[in-house]
Design a protein around this ligand. Structure first.
Ligand SMILES: *[C@@H]1O[C@H](CO)[C@@H](O)[C@H](O)[C@H]1NC(C)=O
Ligand SMILES: *[C@@H]1O[C@H](CO)[C@@H](O)[C@H](O)[C@H]1NC(C)=O
Ligand SMILES: *[C@@H]1O[C@H](CO)[C@@H](O)[C@H](O)[C@H]1NC(C)=O
Ligand SMILES: *[C@@H]1O[C@H](CO)[C@@H](O)[C@H](O)[C@H]1NC(C)=O
Ligand SMILES: *[C@@H]1O[C@H](CO)[C@@H](O)[C@H](O)[C@H]1NC(C)=O
Ligand SMILES: *[C@@H]1O[C@H](CO)[C@@H](O)[C@H](O)[C@H]1NC(C)=O
Ligand SMILES: *[C@@H]1O[C@H](CO)[C@@H](O)[C@H](O)[C@H]1NC(C)=O
Ligand SMILES: *[C@@H]1O[C@H](CO)[C@@H](O)[C@H](O)[C@H]1NC(C)=O
Ligand SMILES: *[C@@H]1O[C@H](CO)[C@@H](O)[C@H](O)[C@H]1NC(C)=O
Ligand SMILES: *[C@@H]1O[C@H](CO)[C@@H](O)[C@H](O)[C@H]1NC(C)=O
Ligand SMILES: *[C@@H]1O[C@H](CO)[C@@H](O)[C@H](O)[C@H]1NC(C)=O
Ligand SMILES: *[C@@H]1O[C@H](CO)[C@@H](O)[C@H](O)[C@H]1NC(C)=O
Length: 395
């Protein structure tokens, strides 16, 4: 005990004396994970990234996770201590096949989970047989189980994980209209509650809709609340991501399929609301950049205070390597398409870095790509950096 506290003290004084952290220069296409050659499947997908900054850290530590198909099923968690330039495996989350994962650092205490707890969620599925080598779930029909939005927590920054609760359950994975699975969870917090958003095919009135549920303790979950429903049964809104903007409003991006717009299979739509819980009746917008481009499928959204007095809304999609920027808080006439020099991927995820001019992009590979890798690269927001730091609630 004595030795331990002494060691902690020494470590603490070193930390105080250490030079301020300097992030690496802007980088592109750094590899996080390449499936080993002896794996049966070389498919990766749906990478997610989170910066550990909820206790005012400015040292650029990140965690990422993504879907893989090794012989055994688990969700890998990789860590970077240098702002995303280099990565190493930190831990594995077991519990079946965990698809469409998401990571989130709690910005406040919820129930017995302290601020700084890392939450992981995914669509957890069990198999009858072996997973198809291309990860092509829709054609396999080999699932015995339901789809489940499960919540895991790590109290030690991602080293160890415990199952916490099952927020929602749907039918077997099947994207045909009439089937009743759930998909694609995303976590945020609002008004003392954790909110889990997901795509929901259980309502017989809608092939699919977007729903959320809240919890004040992470153990029990409230009723299903609509976020996006369409009068046309066949439309399938999917893949909710939300972000708070500098004007206090919230933006929710999603894909709307199938063939919801001529020439665009899954056009990206968005809504803006005053509350993270009240998107259902908010005005719906098609995201169309000033050059006429409509981003397609699997959007991701963040807001950064960099780029001007309104900051910048940044949207990525599943088709274009470019990003879609908006310096007018999501005004539908103000989207511009800007090149990134990076690859495109299915559901590429975004993270605003402590230097809020820098957005980290993590790319998990193309949809149903049979041989993909997980990579990261940075994008610099045009215009000035802001003195305020984004995303952290640190005051
Ligand atoms: C996966 O199985 C193959 C044989 O099918 C074996 O060669 C390989 O070592 C296994 N890999 C892992 C990560 O278990
Ligand atoms: C799954 O694959 C392994 C080898 O890759 C095989 O031994 C096993 O029998 C398969 N299981 C089923 C249910 O097909
Ligand atoms: C996946 O399944 C769909 C639907 O059956 C099929 O159209 C597609 O070609 C398959 N893709 C791969 C890579 O097997
Ligand atoms: C379903 O699983 C069985 C047993 O592992 C396998 O033989 C079959 O190829 C799988 N079917 C598909 C479509 O992946
Ligand atoms: C998928 O759902 C549709 C509609 O309910 C159903 O007809 C079909 O049999 C299901 N597919 C599988 C593989 O279970
Ligand atoms: C409903 O949506 C489907 C899928 O996009 C489309 O094919 C169909 O034409 C739409 N129906 C109406 C009445 O708009
Ligand atoms: C949206 O409007 C409908 C109809 O008035 C109402 O039932 C629903 O509760 C509203 N949703 C929200 C989130 O306010
Ligand atoms: C900020 O947004 C408002 C609309 O909300 C717009 O009128 C103004 O031009 C924007 N400022 C900048 C610097 O883009
Ligand atoms: C990064 O990788 C993508 C996809 O492979 C490629 O198109 C792009 O040119 C690369 N960018 C740089 C700067 O190397
Ligand atoms: C923002 O983060 C940087 C570290 O990247 C730090 O030096 C700076 O003090 C922070 N600014 C504010 C306003 O917190
Ligand atoms: C933030 O990053 C941009 C782009 O690399 C750079 O120009 C700027 O100097 C950085 N700001 C700080 C405070 O490091
Ligand atoms: C996967 O792609 C890499 C290049 O990105 C290549 O070196 C490797 O041989 C490919 N593997 C398979 C199994 O096709």
């Amino acid at each position: 005990m004595r030795f331990r506290s002494l060691a902690t003290l020494v470590a603490a004084s070193f930390a105080l004396l250490a030079a301020p952290y300097t992030p690496p220069p802007i980088f592109t296409n750094t590899t996080i994970f390449l499936p080993p050659s002896d794996w049966k499947s070389h498919a990766t997908q749906c990478a997610r990234v989170t910066l550990l900054n909820q206790a005012c850290e400015t040292d650029n530590v990140l965690l990422t996770t993504f879907t893989i198909n090794p012989n055994d099923t688990y969700l890998p968690v990789y860590k970077s201590v240098d702002g995303g330039l280099t990565w190493a495996e930190l831990s594995r989350i077991h519990g079946g096949f965990l698809m469409q994962p998401f990571l989130y650092e709690l910005p406040m205490q919820v129930g017995n989970y302290l601020r700084g707890t890392i939450l992981a969620t995914a669509n957890v599925i069990k198999f009858k047989g072996n997973f198809s080598s291309t990860g092509n779930f829709s054609s396999s029909g080999n699932f015995s189980s339901t789809t489940n939005i499960d919540i895991y927590a790590s109290k030690d920054k991602g080293e160890n994980w415990d199952f916490v609760s099952r927020a929602a359950t749907g039918g077997a994975p099947n994207s045909t209209n009439g089937a009743d699975p759930i998909w694609e969870p995303f976590i945020s917090t609002y008004d003392g509650q954790v909110v889990v958003y997901y795509s929901d095919s259980r309502d017989p009135l809608h092939a699919q809709k977007l729903s959320h549920q809240t919890s004040g303790n992470l153990l029990t979950w409230g009723p299903v609340v609509n976020d996006v429903v369409n009068a046309n049964y066949s439309l399938r809104p999917g893949m909710t991501v939300v972000a708070q903007m500098g004007n206090g409003k919230y933006i929710l991006t999603y894909e709307l399929g199938p063939e919801a717009l001529p020439g665009s299979r899954y056009p990206v739509h968005y809504r803006i609301a005053d509350s993270l819980l009240e998107f259902e009746n908010a005005t719906d917008f098609l995201l169309k950049s000033q050059d006429g481009t409509v981003p397609n499928s699997a959007p991701y959204v963040v807001w950064t205070p960099a780029g001007g007095s309104n900051g910048t809304v940044v949207v990525s999609d599943g088709k274009y390597s470019e990003l879609f920027l908006n310096t007018e808080y999501g005004d539908p006439g103000a989207w511009s398409k800007v090149s990134t020099g990076l690859g495109s991927s299915y559901s590429r995820s975004l993270q605003v870095m402590p230097n809020n001019s820098v957005v980290l992009m993590v790319d998990g590979g193309l949809y149903r790509g049979a041989n993909t890798s997980v990579t990261a690269g940075e994008f610099v927001i045009p215009g000035p950096q802001s003195v305020a730091n984004a995303t952290s609630t640190c005051k």
